[in-house]
Design a protein around this ligand. Structure first.
Ligand code: OOG
Ligand code: MG
Length: 262
């Protein structure tokens, strides 16, 4: 860690204020150029502590910046992890309020739900699949608190990797019977295709996002317990949305996820 606890707490307050009051801020690294990735995850720890103290509940974790399309779009080439809370979850077919968001974008992702704990470094794809109860289509609504959606790796991690809302839907499926590299995905906005891709875009296989997340947790002495819900990252670039937009993400063999912005 390069920053002391007081500074981490101050950065957390600034980011949380921007998240709660729906406004942008300058990048945290502008003010703290020496801030490290470890410091940024310490900010996430503080955010989580504060959300739990308010009565919110952790519902899952996410890996982001795991596809080339996302890395190119954001100019960052290392995945960033984040925390999903109950307050961020929205039901399928719901109306998501724009008033709580700054400049949201949507991403189509494959989410995993574990039946067994995953722990340690260098797991294989097969170990991840064997520990998975089911996979399910998900759409993440990201909303960077940084001006113009521009950031570096440390800043985006401190902002909980732009997490804002998420919706799951479609059909939960046993991954044993699926080729998780070749799931085709189409994102439609108001009936028009905005982006399409195949699930191998995520680190050659979305289970690799779980491998990387479990590696990251291991360096912090943590693991993914049984029952964990994990989103593996946008397969295509993220699509900007506005009030009134209808979103449908179609996943080959897995069904679709729909909702709208009001
Ligand atoms: C960071 C979060 C990226 C994903 O799925 O790639 C992410 C961002 O692009 O703002 O959630
Ligand atoms: Mg995402």
């Amino acid at each position: 860690m390069s920053l002391d606890a007081k500074t981490i707490a101050a950065i957390t307050d600034r980011i949380q204020h921007a998240q709660d009051k729906v406004h942008t801020i300058t990048k945290v690294t502008d003010e703290h150029p020496s801030m490290s990735i470890e410091d940024a995850y310490a900010v996430q720890d503080e955010l989580r502590r504060s959300w739990i103290a308010r009565g919110d509940r952790v519902t899952g974790l996410k890996a982001g910046l795991t596809s080339r399309a996302k890395m190119l779009q954001m100019g960052v080439n290392v995945p960033s992890f984040g925390i999903q809370m109950a307050s961020m979850a929205r039901p399928e077919n719901s109306a998501i309020e724009m008033s709580g968001l700054i400049h949201p974008r949507v991403e189509a992702e494959i989410a995993f739900v574990l039946k067994n704990e995953l722990k340690g470094k260098g797991l294989s794809i097969e170990q991840v699949i064997a520990a998975t109860d089911y996979v399910i289509p998900a759409v993440e609504v990201i909303d960077s608190r940084y001006e113009k959606f521009k950031f570096d790796l440390v800043s985006v991690i401190a902002d909980n990797s732009s997490s804002a809302r998420y919706v799951t839907g479609g059909r939960p499926l046993d991954p044993q019977g699926l080729d998780l590299r070749t799931i085709g995905v189409v994102i439609e906005k108001n009936g028009e295709i905005q982006a399409l891709g195949a699930s191998a875009a995520v680190l050659n296989h979305p289970a690799n996002a779980i491998v990387m997340l479990v590696d990251h947790l291991a360096t912090r002495g943590e693991c993914l317990p049984a029952g964990s819900f994990v989103m593996t990252g946008g397969i295509t670039e993220a699509i900007p949305v506005a009030r009134g937009d209808n979103i449908v993400a179609r996943f080959q063999d897995m069904g679709s996820v729909s909702f709208r912005f009001i």
